[in-house]
Design a protein. Structure first.
Length: 127
């Protein structure tokens, strides 16, 4: 494994760790940023999985053994488009939450608050 692959593996790990941390926050903007970080990490994983760069996979340009694999690049651009669409949706939902409630913090569910007040876990015992 070359030092470039190790560096990219560390960058991917940091992106996934930071994204996972942000996804667990109560603020919707942080959740959106966490989703974006995980999307960037997934794109890097796809590009690293494609292997080393090579000549373009065009008939007559190079032999099939030495040509670059176009599939990881196609998957990466698809992931970019999907991430962009989901990010736009999440930003719209966060904006709607700010408009309706005045902040972007996720409130506690009513059922969770009742379970804490009564000391019950919310699971009914049928015995």
């Amino acid at each position: 494994m070359s030092s470039g692959n190790v560096t990219l593996a560390v960058v991917v790990g940091v992106l996934f760790a930071g994204g996972s941390y942000l996804l667990l926050q109560r603020s919707l903007l942080r959740v959106v940023l966490g989703f974006v970080l995980i999307g960037h990490g997934a794109n890097l994983v796809l590009l690293v999985a494609g292997g080393p760069a090579g000549p373009a996979p065009v008939v007559g340009e190079a032999t099939p053994q030495e040509a670059a694999d176009p599939l990881p690049q196609a998957l990466a651009i698809t992931a970019v488009v999907i991430t962009l669409g989901v990010t736009a949706l999440l930003l719209a939902l966060a904006d709607r939450s700010v408009t309706l409630r005045g902040d972007d913090d996720v409130p506690d569910a009513v059922e969770d608050a009742l379970a804490v007040d009564t000391g019950r876990s919310g699971v009914e015992d049928d015995r």
